[in-house]
Each structure stands twice: as C-alpha cells, then as structure tokens.
Design a protein around this ligand. Structure first.
Ligand code: NDP
Length: 343
C-alpha cells in the first residue's frame, strides 16, 4: 500500500479526495537496490499536525512540502529486509523523520532526515515507544516545558490540547516539577482522563465554556506563570489577559490556525499586554534540538516510565490504508492521545 498526495490543499478541512490510496503498488525487491541503499518494511508511522501545512506542497521554513503524486512521509519505524549499506543489516530496526507512507520502501539513509539505526539502549525499549513516549512530540513537550517554561515549584502552568501527543507530557512533567497545572481539552472523555489519570489540578472543556478568558481567570486566581501553547488563536489571547508579570509562553504550535487562510486567520487583540506584563514568548522547533538534548530526554522519560509514574496514551490506527483518516482526526479533535499507524 502507498499513500500519495493526490490534491494539495492550502486551507479548509482535508478529505479522502486529497489522498490516493494505492492498494496494489509493486513491492520493491532486493535486486532493485543500488549501492548504499536499504530495503525496509515500514512498521509504524507517526501522524502529526505539522503534516497539514505540508499538504499545501509549499516548502515551509522548517519542513518541505509534500510532492503531488508522491508518497507523503513523516516520522516512523521500519525493519531492514535487505541492505547494500555497510552500516545496516537485515533485521535491524531504523527510525527517521521522512519515512514514506508505503508498506515497503527503498531508502538511501544519507538522503533521510534524522535517520538512525536503533541500537544500544534505544534498541531495548518496545518498538512502539519510538512513535510513542519517545516520539518527536513527546520530546517537544519535555523540551518546551523544561527549557523554555523554566518551571519553578508553586507556579501556575496552563496547557492547551492537553490530552494530545505533546500535551500529556507537559501536564505530567508540570506536576512532577511541583506546578499547579490547569489543562484544557475538547471533549468530556479527554477532560476525565486529564483529571483522573494525569492528575491535572484543574481541567476544562474549552468548547463548553462561555469564555476561555473568564474560565482562566477563575481557575488561575494568581495569574498564569507559564503557558504551553499548542493551539494559538483565541486561547493565546485569553492567556495574555490572565498572564502574571514575567510570564513565559512556550510557542509550540497553533493548530487552531493550520487550516485557515490569511483572511480567516485569528488576529491577536492583546499584544499590548506583552510589554506591560513583561511576558516573554519563545518559539521553538524540536528538530533543532535532537543533537544536544534528545539523549537527556530519553534518559529522563524512560526512568519516569519505568518507575511506573508516567502515562502515555496512544491513538492507534490499524492499517496504512486508514492513514488519511488518522490525519483528518487530528483537526477534528477526534484523536485521543498520540496518533500513530500500525502499518
Ligand atoms: P495532538 O495529539 O494534541 O492532536 C491534535 C489536537 O489538537 C486535537 O486532538 C484537538 O484536541 C486539538 N485541536 C484540533 N483542532 C483544534 C482547534 N481548532 N482549536 C483548538 N484545538 C484544536 O497533537 P500534537 O500533540 O502532536 O501537537 C500539538 C501541537 O504541537 C500542534 O500545534 C503541533 O503543531 C505542535 N508541535 C510543535 C512542534 C515543534 O517543534 N514546535 C513539534 C510537535 C508538535 P482537543 O480535543 O483538545 O481540541
């Protein structure tokens, strides 16, 4: 099976028409391999919101657009079936950031982004962890809270899209760092999970409240010290209104805006509050931090998982043919936990 980009789309919701699901694609053979290439069977693929801007076909500052008529790609885990590369042997597992959405693939490791063989400690954990608790979004939550949020015990942290791939890490680390954690999500089931399992101090369904700003005011009486922003838009404005002096905002993502065209994009109303409250807002891209910080993240999170205190909810889609639906679910808010495909 191969998932190709059929129809690029800049704004509005994706649908089946954007994708070509090729059921009987020819399977590449070992004899097709050229020097330095490997033949892999793709096992798991990660489904992530940054794939949506790639559906426009336009290169973003941080990532390439997908190419019309070609397989889309993203983070994933694969098994090497045959190799003409000295570093890879059949049976090795590999991970990378541009694994094609195809069941079988011929890859040249030197053309792949963040590509590596799973070895040492990374080969000892369950394979799914590489698209789960050790995945790119989990690392994002860890990095954004620890390095940008600079948490101090007793402070108030607000997290949006809190039950998702990034958010669930931020909520739990927030608690571990002694913060008062106020989380928001878009369904009652997600709210229950955040309260009962992840132990957030206060949780609200942002779709059900009259005013996000009014709700934050009530739930954060001493003001918001750290905001982990996954959604942008109106929520960010509401946070600015309720921010404490010297608040820090980790600008992680703006999923509420990814399907909007420039005419419908949300315009911030409260920018003037930045200087009065000395708020700092720092954008970051996790791709920049693999080299220096991924090892520390893996060590910290693996220990927390092994100690039994850390949860990481997965939303598993079975079958690559169902991949397009998994991508649409992110923007409908119907995924619950880290979205991945068991190919
Ligand atoms: P999630 O697993 O949280 O899935 C997306 C969720 O976003 C949905 O389930 C939904 O949750 C929420 N959502 C969807 N549409 C809207 C909307 N219009 N308004 C508000 N919320 C919405 O995704 P991730 O955890 O993988 O990603 C979270 C954010 O982090 C994204 O913005 C993503 O782009 C960003 N990101 C940034 C990285 C970086 O390097 N800076 C790296 C990885 C991710 P709900 O039901 O709660 O609304």
């Amino acid at each position: 099976i191969q998932i190709l980009l059929k129809e690029p789309q800049a704004s509005g919701s994706l649908s089946a028409k954007n994708f070509d699901v090729v059921e009987n694609a020819p399977i590449p053979q070992e004899s097709d391999l050229r020097d330095q290439e490997i033949l892999v069977k793709v096992l798991y693929l990660s489904v992530d919101p940054y794939m949506r801007p790639r559906m426009t076909c336009v290169n973003q500052s941080y990532v390439e657009g997908f190419k019309k008529g070609k397989p889309i790609n993203g983070f994933g885990v694969a098994e090497v079936l045959a190799s003409k590369h000295p570093h890879y042997q059949p049976g090795d597992h590999v991970t990378g950031a541009s694994i094609p959405w195809t069941t079988f693939s011929v890859l040249n490791p030197s053309n792949q982004s963040l590509f590596s063989k799973l070895e040492g400690d990374l080969a000892k954990v369950p394979l799914q962890w590489h698209v789960g608790v050790l995945s790119m979004p989990s690392f994002t939550g860890w990095y954004g809270l620890v390095k940008i949020g600079q948490p101090k015990p007793g402070e108030t942290l607000v997290v949006s899209a809190a039950s998702g791939a990034v958010g669930q890490v931020v909520v739990q680390l927030g608690k571990a760092y002694g913060l008062r954690v106020v989380a928001s999500a878009g369904s009652e089931t997600k709210v229950e999970y955040l309260k009962k399992v992840l132990k957030a101090d206060e949780v609200f369904n942002y779709k059900k409240v009259d005013s996000i700003s009014g709700t934050l005011k009530k739930l954060c009486p001493k003001g918001i010290d750290i905001y982990f922003d996954n959604v942008g838009g109106e929520f960010l404005d509401a946070v600015l209104e309720n921010a404490s002096l010297y608040a820090r905002i980790a600008a992680c993502g703006a999923i509420s805006q990814y399907e909007k065209d420039s005419q419908n994009a949300y315009r911030l109303k409260n920018q003037y509050l930045f200087f009065g409250k000395r708020i700092s807002m720092k954008g970051f891209l996790i791709f920049d931090h693999y080299k220096d910080d991924y090892v520390a993240f893996v060590k910290d999170i693996s220990k927390r998982v092994n100690d039994g205190e850390f949860h990481y909810k997965l939303d598993v889609t079975k079958g690559l043919e169902n991949g397009p639906r998994a991508m649409m679910k992110l923007f409908e808010g119907t995924n619950f936990g880290k979205s991945l495909i068991e190919v």
